[in-house]
Write a protein that binds this ligand. Structure first.
Ligand code: NAD
Length: 475
């Protein structure tokens, strides 16, 4: 019998006797089961969070920090077990899973230093004017399957640091490591402050529309984000949405192809391309297009696609069948349209596991589906450009606005281009680096609000202003 993982509600690990299977995407074998929670379990979790909020909102900064540091410590101490479990359910290679686990522990520690100091707007003979931040209350957190632990931590920790309590729902595709962490922290966080429940996608809308949840923090697709905004409108819940992206990387003619080829490859193929901030459109200046595209394709041929638990694997499978079918459909569409492939696109991807050969396209048109849509898979379209003005316009011609990158020897010029890109984050000569202290959020249809830093913390609070008129009641 496979291991059954339980939900965390009010400090207890519980189940309801109904189970969902969780599959390893490399082997298609069932590797665990989690509770299929419904309205009853959600009500219990929300009631526990509401009760805990009464005392947690009064916890001092030091008390909140101690709990968040305990979460960080537990993840670090159990990293070996956790990263293996993460690879088995998510598919990413061990080294990347280890990176996610230690990254989540580090993020928890860093974010536990964040606080929103009270601001004194005015303090003179006539008036004291205070601006303080107060927690919004009970938070519903909804998480996707590409970075399940990082995303869970970046919701739980700021919620707690703001004085909120949380009911978190992992993706039904990747709930195991999150529930194992739930078990490990159950006696380290005050009962009811953190509740983790699992269920099918229908549990998401139940959270969004739950009358006793005050705020939704969501990471996932833009399509689901729109539904959440709609669901949250009934009682004007506060929302933070981290959504999809179709990030452009712009490679200027002064970038050295030998230096950037490998970096650009990983900007697209890390986590099998299932990264919201992956390089999903790569624009290369015509002067270096041939040399750089060849160098990227040559490097791709050295990278092994396989089971993430096997040594030497660089790129794992697609996480689930639905996404696998979608990526294959985009590749099929590119083939039907006669676009040129530098690698991939030619093999039959049948067999066990959701593996897709590394696919690099040679200058497909801008309106190709594989360019215009978020692929979220091991696919990298390379496109040629001539002028700066043209490439900025092409990069911005997207409904998304999550992130982007510029690769150039001239970092002043890089920043000048960055300032013209319509995205929440732009890197010069690197990719995917996020600081726990800088706001991360999407422009346009890539999001609403931000996570990380004080800006992210603020999203779990309301402003409250208290004014004291000093000179009008006393004689
Ligand atoms: P998804 O939107 O399908 O699912 C995300 C979560 O929402 C899951 O837990 C799912 O069960 C739940 N859900 C599904 N339908 C719901 C509904 N109607 N109401 C409430 N919840 C619902 O996304 P996914 O396929 O898991 O993740 C991939 C997407 O996430 C990509 O578009 C990617 O770009 C995006 N993403 C964005 C960021 C970011 O920070 N901006 C980070 C990671 C992933």
């Amino acid at each position: 019998m496979v291991t059954q993982y339980k939900n965390l509600i009010n400090g207890e690990m519980v189940d309801n006797g109904q189970w969902l299977d969780v599959v390893n995407p490399a082997t298609e074998e069932v590797i665990g089961q989690v509770p299929s929670a419904g309205a009853g379990e959600l009500d219990n979790a929300v009631a526990a969070a509401r009760a805990a909020f009464k005392t947690w909102k009064k916890a001092t900064f030091e008390e909140r920090q101690a709990v968040c540091m305990a979460i960080s410590g537990v993840i670090k101490e159990n990293a070996d077990e956790l990263f293996r479990l993460l690879t088995s359910e998510q598919g990413k290679p061990h080294a990347q899973a280890k990176g996610e686990i230690f990254g989540a522990a580090g993020l928890a520690a860093a974010q536990s230093t964040l606080q929103l100091e009270e601001e004194i707007i005015q303090d003179d003979d006539t008036r004291l004017h205070r601006h303080r931040r107060v927690p919004v209350g009970v938070v519903g957190g909804i998480v996707p399957w590409n970075f399940p632990i990082m995303m869970a931590i970046q919701k739980i920790v700021p919620a707690l640091m703001a004085g909120c309590t949380i009911v978190l729902k992992p993706s039904p595709f990747t709930p195991l490591t999150t529930l194992r962490i739930a078990e490990l922290i159950a006696d380290k966080v005050p009962a009811g402050t953190v509740n983790i429940i699992t269920g099918e996608d229908v549990l998401g809308p139940m959270i969004t529309s739950h009358a006793d949840i005050d705020k939704i923090t969501f990471t996932g697709s833009t399509a689901t984000g729109k539904k959440i905004m709609e669901g949250a409108s009934a009682d004007l819940k506060r929302i933070t949405l981290e959504l999809g992206g179709n990030d452009a990387s712009i490679v200027m003619p002064d970038a050295d192809p030998k230096k950037v080829a490998e970096q650009l490859f990983w900007a697209s193929f890390q986590n099998a391309g299932q990264v919201c901030i992956a390089a999903k459109r790569v624009y290369i200046h015509e002067d270096i297009y041939d040399e750089l595209s060849q160098a990227i394709a040559d490097f791709a041929k050295t990278v092994v696609v396989g089971d993430g638990s096997e040594q030497g694997t660089g790129v794992g499978p697609i996480q689930n069948k639905k996404q696998y079918d979608r990526v294959l459909e985009l590749i099929e569409d590119a083939k039907d349209n006669g676009y040129k492939f530098l690698t991939g696109g030619d093999k039959d991807p049948s067999g066990t596991g959701y593996f897709v050969p590394l696919t690099i396209l040679d200058n497909p048109p801008e309106d190709a589906r594989i360019v215009a849509e978020e692929q979220f898979g091991p696919v990298m379209p390379l496109m040629k450009f001539s002028t700066e003005e043209e490439v900025i316009a092409r990069a911005n011609a997207s409904e998304y606005g999550l992130a982007g990158a510029v690769w150039t020897a001239d970092t002043e010029k890089g920043q000048e281009i960055a300032e013209q890109l319509e995205t929440g984050t732009v890197w010069i000569n690197e990719f995917m680096h996020l600081s726990p202290f800088a706001p991360f959020g999407g422009h346009k249809q890539s999001g609403f609000g931000a996570e990380y830093g004080k800006e992210g913390l603020k999203e779990f609070t309301y402003p409250q202003v208290i004014t004291v008129k000093k000179d009008n009641v006393v004689a």
